[in-house]
Design a protein around this ligand. Sequence first.
Ligand code: NAI
Length: 246
Amino acid sequence: MDFQGRTAIVTGAARGIGFEIARRLAQGGATVVLVDVAEEALAEAAKGLGADPDRVLSFVVDVTDEEAVERLVDAVVEKTGRLDILVNNAGITRDDLLLRMTQEQWDAVMAVNLKGTFLMTKHACRPMLRQRSGRIVNLASVSGLVGNPGQANYSASKAGVVGFTKTVARELAGKKICCNAVAPGFIDTEMTRVLPEKAKQRALGAIPLGRMGTAEEIAAAVCFLASDDASYITGQVLAVDGGMAT
Ligand code: NAI
């Protein structure tokens, strides 16, 4: 896919799905801005991208911090002159059954997954509005579409991302900015590697294609939605889940 001349921000890009998205965008010629809270991993990721260093920027930013988000967007526009693509990928889990779930677990997940997506979108869309073009791709989840025991906080945050995506799509369509979401199923990353074996087996049993997905398979869908090939698609949620949510 051709992303020559485009600037793309990917949050949570230090590892996992975010890293693969950044790698694919960089392969397509984009200037990629990697954003994460994990400072060391971020530096490694920037090197590991295998892209021309002139086309890779990295910023340690917590997406829940509005001032930091605003400074980030200003810095990106100052350095690259534009902003074409935003991928809201940063996300966390704090799983527990409803009766045991604490307010801290609830608030932490809502802050990163939902508020972080809101803050990044609010500030990143300003240069897109000026350019009258832009692509926003949010990471939702199969959990936000059909629910998942032990993930009341996470499912609610990702269902929130779906509603947010559809509203932003309607608000910004007039300025030629498209906003879509990808809803991954059960993907092999650090996020799922820490799950107990029993939970993994239960999840595997619910996947019609019979295997976990890869970060590359999610990155392919995200980059499609960020590309010119998706110019007439907005407000959609693309499930990339081996059939889990069908
Ligand atoms: P991961 O845990 O491997 O990576 C998430 C990255 O986000 C980490 O590098 C982390 O440091 C960063 N991050 C966390 N809080 C942050 C904050 N406040 N500000 C900036 N960066 C922050 O996760 P993975 O598996 O790569 O997931 C990526 C996205 O895909 C997430 O939104 C996740 O909810 C979603 N997803 C993942 C699935 C899976 O099975 N792995 C399934 C469905 C959705």
